[in-house]
Design a protein around this ligand. Structure first.
Ligand SMILES: Cc1cc2nc3c(=O)[nH]c(=O)nc-3n(C[C@H](O)[C@H](O)[C@H](O)COP(=O)(O)OP(=O)(O)OC[C@H]3O[C@@H](n4cnc5c(N)ncnc54)[C@H](O)[C@@H]3O)c2cc1C
Ligand code: SF4
Length: 547
């Protein structure tokens, strides 16, 4: 018989700094900490925990990478074999109508000279090696499930979830108690919409006085294409079809090495029509006459999805709290007009590392937010703060405003537009036009289940659901009746299904949690904020090879 949770004490591991999440921000922070310790000739124990089965397994990005932060962190990255193999050589910015593609001037923020087309997952794997060489301990397969506080309310670390708890909440024969990772400082680098970050924001009122965070969902595939259609270094972005003029979004196509093309579609989660299906919009986009030829004789290798931050400057929270700070996308440093957040995520990790190192060495006044304000992140995000919210004027209104803001005001307009939370934006289904999507052809366009299959997503089936409904009755009483259950459509993994309920003779929401690719969209977009995404058992989720 397995022991119960209360009978087993949690093992404790002590560090100077605990980092939650092995993305670019967490790894850059860990590396910088160790570099500072080496320079000061002191010992510093740093660990990073990661919920993916290995570093990179849960990383999904575009990605065109701006190497500014990497240049600062590891100036000899080329000699050390960093996987930045494809310099961006050409930018194309297209406006699509149903049948045509019109080339527009590329906005200045989207010029990519000096940048590289990469797999961010592979860059993270390389960063993890650099970190380990410096002595950082990295534990993939462990999800931080709980924030630990001391008696004064200060954060003192995190605990990993217990393993081997059954669906019924009772320990199984595989039961293992979670571990407490205790740090003098803890950096949360969970990426967009971090699940522990959410609780910290609430507990320490970190959003007081700033705008709500806003988001988009990005759905991505990796293809191996016919060499005749492959142009290494080519960066293509499109706006317009298949979206209507009031929905923010567009596509990216990045030609990387080995005849691979990363193709994806990003849609602002402030969209209003509950019938919109981001996955289907993406599938439809690939059938455009200007896009289809890229993929016609190619092969789809991988699929995945992830939310990204769009709030920018006015949504940056108060990142500091007693015992640590938020870094990277979990705070929200993505530059929307550039569609880049990796360089700012890394820089925020480095800035936080420097601040925390100062604190550990006696400077109790050091604050991460103050240091961020002195860094280039602040100037970069300030200058583009009005561009994303201006698209509330529609596509053309947003483009015109953005041109004025960029060329005339040069980012220094004496006003700042504000954001509204994404979950309040849906209109009732009764007022929204239905959207009919074409059936997938299995060559260029696909269905969701065969797509999830190639994301290599896997969860232990006998575990408590990691998608929790705060009030289960709302699934039908509100979501279904008022919005025709938008979660059926916005979830890129088909996790949510409305099915007949034999018991009541009505409908019920079925949650296929094992398919979840950890994109966090449901946690963001549910109109009642009734869905709470918490970490499943460590190691569960997608296993992206090089997304
Ligand atoms: C579709 C798409 C396209 C993009 N394109 C680009 C681009 O072209 N260029 C660019 O620069 N940026 C791009 N971005 C943004 C970029 O990917 C992010 O800004 C960047 O990944 C943020 O880094 P991060 O370290 O903050 O978080 P992430 O990269 O999200 O990493 C967070 C890590 O923490 C882990 N984690 C989370 N919670 C826990 C927990 N509780 N316990 C343990 N581990 C946890 C996750 O598994 C993950 O590995 C894109 C994003 C998307 C979604
Ligand atoms: S269940 Fe939520 S987090 Fe998981 S894939 Fe669907 S929308 Fe994303």
């Amino acid at each position: 018989m397995a022991e119960t949770a209360v009978e087993v004490e949690r093992e404790q591991m002590e560090y100077d700094v605990v980092v939650v999440g092995a993305g670019p921000s967490g790894l850059a922070g860990a590396i910088r900490l160790k570099q500072l310790a080496v320079a000061a000739d002191t010992e510093l124990a740093v660990c990073v925990i990661e919920k993916g089965s290995e570093v990179g397994a849960h990383i999904l990005s575009g990605a065109v990478f701006e190497p500014r932060a990497l240049d600062e962190l590891i100036p000899d990255w080329k000699d050390r074999g960093a996987p930045l193999n494809t310099p961006a050589t050409e930018d194309r910015f297209l406006y699509l109508t149903k049948n045509r593609a019109l080339r527009l001037p590329t906005p200045p923020q989207m010029h990519n000279t000096g940048n590289y087309i990469i797999s961010l997952g592979n860059l993270c794997r390389w960063l993890a090696q650099q970190a380990e060489e410096l002595g950082v301990e990295i534990y993939p397969g462990f999800a931080a499930a709980e924030v630990l506080y001391d008696e004064t309310g200060r954060v003192r670390g995190v605990a990993t979830g217990d393993m081997g708890i059954g669906r019924d909440g009772e320990p199984t024969d595989h039961y293992t108690r979670g571990v407490e990772l205790v740090g003098r400082e803890t950096l949360f680098a969970e990426g967009c919409r971090g699940s522990l970050t959410k609780t910290l924001i609430q507990r320490f009122n970190l959003r007081d006085g700033v705008d709500p965070q806003t988001y988009a969902i990005g759905v991505k595939e990796l293809w191996e294409v016919d060499p005749a259609h492959h142009r290494p270094g080519l960066v293509v972005h499109t706006i317009g079809w298949p979206l209507d003029g009031n929905t923010y979004g567009g596509s990216f196509l990045y030609h990387l090495e080995n005849h691979q093309v990363a193709v994806g579609f990003v849609i602002g989660l402030d969209y209003r029509n509950p019938f919109l299906n981001p996955f289907e919009e993406f599938q439809r986009f690939k059938t455009h006459p200007a896009i289809r030829p890229f993929f016609e004789s190619g092969r789809r290798i991988s699929y995945g999805a992830r939310a990204l931050n769009e709030g920018g400057f006015q949504s940056i929270p108060l990142v500091d709290f007693p015992g640590g700070a938020l870094i990277g996308d979990t705070a929200g440093f993505l530059n929307v007009p550039k569609i880049k957040g990796s360089h700012t995520a890394m820089k925020s990790g480095m800035v936080a590392a420097e601040t925390v190192f100062a604190r550990l060495n006696g400077d109790n006044t050091a604050r991460v937010r103050d240091a961020l304000q002195r860094s280039w992140i602040w100037d970069e995000l300030y200058g583009v703060r009005n561009i994303r919210p201006s698209f509330r004027l529609g596509l053309w209104g947003g483009l015109v405003y953005s041109a004025l803001d960029t060329y005339l005001f040069r980012g220094k307009a004496p006003w700042t537009f504000h954001h509204h939370p994404d979950h309040t934006q849906l209109i009732p289904a009764s007022q929204a036009p239905r959207i009919e999507y074409p059936r997938p052809d299995g060559k260029i366009s696909f269905d969701r289940l065969s797509s999830v299959f190639i994301s290599n997503t896997n969860h232990e089936e006998d575990q408590p659901p990691h998608l929790k409904l705060r009030d289960p009755t709302k699934a039908i009483a509100i979501n279904y009746r008022l919005y025709d259950s938008p979660e059926q459509r916005y979830c890129p993994a088909g996790v949510y299904e409305i099915v007949d309920d034999a018991a009541s003779g009505g409908k019920r929401l079925q949650i296929n949690a094992q398919n979840c690719v950890h994109c966090k969209t449901c946690d963001i977009k549910d109109p009642e904020q009734n869905i709470d995404w918490v970490v499943p058992e460590g190691g569960g989720g997608p296993n992206y090879p090089n997304m």
